[in-house]
Ligand binder design. Sequence first.
Ligand code: GLA
Length: 729
Amino acid sequence: MAITVLQEERIFKIDTESSSYVLGVLGNNVLVHLYYGGRVEDAHLAHLAPQRGRASFWSIQADAEDDFSADVMPLEYSGAGSADLRAPALAAQSETGDNVTDLRYDSCEVLPGKPDLPGLPHVYLNPGDEGETLRITLRDAVKNLYVDLYYATFAFSDAICRWAVVRNEGVQAQTLTRAMSASLSFPGMDYDLIHLHGAWAREFHMERSPIPHGEMAISSFRGASSHLHNPFAALVSKDATETQGEVYGVSLVYSGNFRIETEVDAFDALRLNCGINDRGFAWRLAPGERFCTPEAVLVYSGEGLTRMSQTYHNLYRRNLARGKYRDQPRPVLLNSWEGVYMDFDAKKLLEMAKSAASLGIEMFVLDDGWFGARSNDRCALGDWVVNEKKLGCTLHDLVEQIKALGLSFGLWFEPEMISPDSDLYRAHPDWALCPSGRAPSLGRHQLILDMTRRDVQDYVVEAVSAVLRSADIAYVKWDMNRNMAEVGSPSLPADRQGEVFHRYILGVYSVMERITSAFPNVLFESCSGGGGRFDAGLLYYMPQNWTSDDSDAIERLTIQHGCSLVYPPSAMTCHVSAVPNHQVGRVTPLKTRGAVAMLGSFGYELDMSRMTPEDCVRVRTQIIEYKCSRQLVAQGDFYRLLSPLEGNDAAFLQVSRDKSLAILTYVQKLAEPNPAVRRVRLRGLAPLIRYYCEQDRRIYDGATLMNAGYVLPEMHGDFDSVRLVFRCV
Ligand code: GLA
């Protein structure tokens, strides 16, 4: 890790262990990108951005030499309205209507460590972690608008964190209509873009497509990062695979509307911008105010996708997630939702908990339906008062009885929502997000609380905290179940309505910060109808996320495969549910449902009190197997061996950091007649270590398993699987 500043040549070089990022300032003070890729030692790379004469039509700025056009240069952070006509990083309009921003180099500083991003989730340093941050300041001289570009680098990670702070030192207010976290330049377009798209119940489907000339974007305009696109993308060389090729990952530490866009210009040069979606965004920056963008985490890998993913996994679980459970294996839980939905009383819950305890489950989670008059999803969100009539006892009594069975207790909330049919709405109709005089759309029969308001934030903090104080609650599932529409807040003036989307997320972050720090022993899990807000931003507050409402083992292969591109397995919660599966109607063996769910933070979601004695025996064994190896989920290295998108099977491998333990999970989708012998090559083992396979009771050396591969046993029937444990001897 190093930051090198060549003052005279005005060159800045940021090195990680295996990548370099180089910038330079041109004679006219324009900051240009020179290089990002595999580590180079030489910083003198100005020759990589030659200023060439171009044909007519390109605009030449007033102070530029004849042959210089910003429009054909790799600008590091481009202002809108000036001579660079490509998608800008920043757009600002002053009160007099000046919508030009021409950013020129002003100064630079190298800071020890990594500054915090106020009010925003961010990568942090642990005691003893080494890091350094480069701050380059740009300025628009007419507006006196400053942009501080930050680049943090670490001794323990190949990632570079980038963000920008816009400061208005002028006399007029500026309205920012775009403020990207980062802009990246590439000299060619010979890349594919990998991203994760989906919908409710089928999140994280990986898609790879060539990058066209012109613009292409993935984004969210739904108020949350959304099921449709995840705030992550990777630019990969055409030959990139899991194990080879160049990969540039971009992951936003943000949970609201985002945009990751590429633009390829007339000379095949590529720009990638990422940050808050500019659609619906207009932030008024009064003189003296500053605006901080969310953080973008960049990872370069010269060795394919696995290396990129592991860099994200290690960084996010050690330097982004926080709290007591950050590095700890998570309890094996039983969630009540698919078992009984909202149809329960304390007697039924205790019956489920009793069966769960007898099988080795460690925590019982009561999902939706325990508060207010909530007997269906049409009412009561906001009324966070225990429905003792429905339960037949107090929450405290229920929790104590569950604890007496040897289980800890968890509870579901959806704190950001309000049902029109709720006491809260009857008391505070103005607390629902919507411009005055309009009727807001409903989503799942519910409205959204105006989280931009301090009084609403205080209500949510107090309502959730009061329940958490009332009983010994060890876990919270924090849900959020609709997209936003009619996004306006009567509590803000007209010229600040463009701030509502972002202020909503800042409000959510603030509330989460207050609650999670007040209850440091509680394990928090975020959820948005599954993976509708599964992003690096929320991981800062909650170390795990309900990955998808679809727990069908076969669909989960694709979902978890895609999710693992950027998010660590410990963050992915995975449950075994009943068959036929409630989302797709598929019947898969319990063995396979268990094997797939054990790839992440593990649990069950069915009525355990109604399982057959044979299934009870299988579940008991599954739980023992998981407990023996869950350290791998918390801290091990994750490998995608066979992609479920490419064939009839999928394989994943988890290897402990010291390489003494490895678990191979292989799943066949459909049974094949007269199949070929299937061999799968393991990765990440120590070549000279000898491994004992607990299932076939044979010993193999690491090199053989990696080079020759492991011959899989014969599969029987659709959706069959094996989970093989290799321990060093
Ligand atoms: C969402 C969640 C589910 C469940 C329900 C309860 O859909 O994703 O897991 O909690 O809400 O209403």
